[in-house]
Design a protein around this ligand. Structure first.
Ligand code: ZN
Length: 151
């Protein structure tokens, strides 16, 4: 019941729930919440039956863009996105990585063209036995999803 009330406190906007506690500030960083002027509520180290300890972000009057949900899918794939309208959860959006990610990830290869020219980065998303890897479309360098550098 208490959980419901916490979500209900937001009239319109986005709730990102079930963020692992150690990823909360990474989420703040990649969504640029430090400079966001909207009303933001952060909570961390909340009890979670599922993951032990979780963080939560509420952003009023903001929907997440596709590249933002892609970033979240890389950092905290098990987080849950709830879209709130008029105090109601109108949509629960699963975090799913597309087959290709553009712009979001920086290539780890120092000689890759994307690190020298104004070229949008493009990575193929490869899934092999439950592990996700990204492969640069330009230099073919592979990077584990846990090690990606997000722009
Ligand atoms: Zn590259």
């Amino acid at each position: 019941m208490e959980k419901k009330l916490k979500v209900a406190a937001l009239k319109d906007g986005t709730v990102i729930d079930h963020i692992p506690s150690d990823k909360l500030f990474k989420v703040v960083h990649i969504l640029h919440l430090d400079t966001c002027k909207n009303q933001i509520t952060l909570a961390n180290n909340l009890e979670s039956k599922k993951i032990g300890s979780k963080g939560l972000v509420k952003i009023a009057d903001r929907a997440l863009a596709e590249n933002e949900t892609n970033k979240l899918a890389l950092i905290c794939p098990d987080a849950k996105i709830n879209i709130i309208r008029d105090f109601e959860v109108v949509e629960k959006r699963p975090l799913v990585l597309p087959d290709e990610i553009r712009e979001v990830v920086q290539c780890p290869n120092p000689v890759c063209i994307t690190n020298h020219q104004p070229v949008q980065t493009r990575f193929f998303v490869l899934k092999e036995n439950n592990k996700t890897k990204l492969k640069c479309r330009y230099c073919e360098r592979e990077v584990k999803v846990e090690e990606v550098k997000i722009k």
